[in-house]
Structures are given as structure tokens and as C-alpha cells.
Design a protein around this ligand. Sequence first.
Ligand code: DHB
Ligand code: FE
Length: 285
Amino acid sequence: MAKITASVYTSHVPAIGAAIDTGKTTDPYWVPLFKGYEPSKSWMEASKPDVIFLVYNDHATAFSLEMIPTFAIGCAAEFKPADEGYGPRPVPTVIGHPELASHIAQSVIQDDFDLTIVNKMDVDHGLTVPLNLLCGSPDAWPCPVIPFAVNVVQYPVPSGQRCFNLGKAIRKAIESYDEPLKVQIWGTGGMSHQLQGPRAGLINREWDNAWLDKLIADPAAAAAVPHIEYVREAGSEGIELVMWLIARGAMDDVAGGPAPTVAHRFYHVPASNTGVGHLILENKQ
Ligand code: DHB
Ligand code: FE
């Protein structure tokens, strides 16, 4: 049977991708940010997952505002880096896992979560920046990736509670897949940021860190946080954090198993307009 070995959480600021693509990672502005991910890269190399189930959001890139699925699962054999206005990022094509993705779609839809099946999709910074942060800039990503896109761009967006419950259903789906795969689930986006309006530039370090504490120790309480609190405390784009609850809901302790181990935790400001948070949780073997 497949097994969820760990969950990874990270922000996805596009300027991080631009810093990588234009050779600016050693600029003083960026050094502390990339330093915080050095332990993560070593961890990633050692952990050798067979598949990454990567929860992220599309920023009106693959899905324009003409068509906005709430939850979309990538079932294709591959996903190309998207052109977000400066040409596609020079990163590897993402290789999918159509068999496991189809199995998850079958199980999760039968569990009453209405997923959109996506057989062709380019992936934007929401997916490629987290891969860079954990895997560096290799010629090929280390394993197949199942992209799972969540609408956090156009209201109404799903609640934290619904995302958490979806994580439980995804766990059930993965653990019923009849092949001994080591699967990681990633929750990305956030933390506090607001890119628009009078409060543009808002970052809330205290709230971000308190939310991280809660996500680790009491995920059900983190899931109960209402939309209005994200928007008020973490800014309009802070709502991206509900995606982290999908990954957290898939961990062993939520299904009655032992609490996960914190393999790494990092927080850094500034990175463009965003409070960057990062966490690695491991299930006990
Ligand atoms: C920024 C952050 C995001 O999450 C995003 O999608 C776009 C921009 C930023 O901080 O600049
Ligand atoms: Fe974003």
C-alpha cells in the first residue's frame, strides 16, 4: 500500500523564482531566505519520495477568470511550466503520475468531494517555486508530481475546515493505492501578504507564527479559523494558507496515529511582499 511519509509547507513568492532564474540567490537580500531552505534540500535528498502530491494555487494562469474550479487534480502525464508574462520559467517539465492521480480522483469523488479532472494544464509559480525551494535547480525534478490546484483567488473560496476534511479523504485514497509508494503531500502558498488596496504590504509575523504553532500542535483548531480572520490578520492573499490544511489533514495523527515530528521550521521577512513560512512534518515510521 502507498504511504504518506511526510508533509511539506512553504510559501511560493514569484520573486523567489525570478531570483533563481536571474542568478540573484547570492544577493544580500536573498541570502537569508535561501539559507533557511538548505536543511530542507538535504532532507529532501535523503527522503527520496516516489511521488509528491502538491497542493498549490493557480494565479489566473492555467485557469483564467472564465473558468475557476474549486479543486482540480492534475491527471496528465506531464505539466509544462506556464508563461506568466516573462516566458515559461527555465525549470523542468513536471512529470505526473496518472495512475495514482486517477485512483485519488476516484476515491475522493466517491467520498463526496467534487474534484475537477484536469488532463492538460501548465503550472505557474505556485507549483514551481516550492519545487525549487526544496529541490534546487536540477535537470529533472526528483520524482513524479501530482498537481492539485485550489481556488483561493476568486471568492467564494473553500473554508479551512473543508480543506482539512479533503486532506483526510486524500489520505484515505493514497493509503488504499495498491503499490508501496512513499508519497509526500505538500501544502503551499501564504503566509501573510496583501498585494492590493490600502493595506497592500501587510505582513503579520506574530499571527503567522501563532498559526504555525497551531497547525503543528492542534490542526483541528487551525482548520476552524474562519476566512475573515485570515483576511483581517494575514491580508487578502493570506487566504492561500487554507491549502496548508489539506496537507495537514492527510497526516497520521489526524487519523488517530502518533503526532508528527517537526523536521524543520523556518520563517523569514522580507521576501517581496510576503511573510515566508516553511515547515516539514514527518510521520513516525
Ligand atoms: C507575491 C506573493 C504571492 O503569493 C503571489 O502569488 C504573487 C506575489 C509577492 O509577495 O510579491
Ligand atoms: Fe500566490
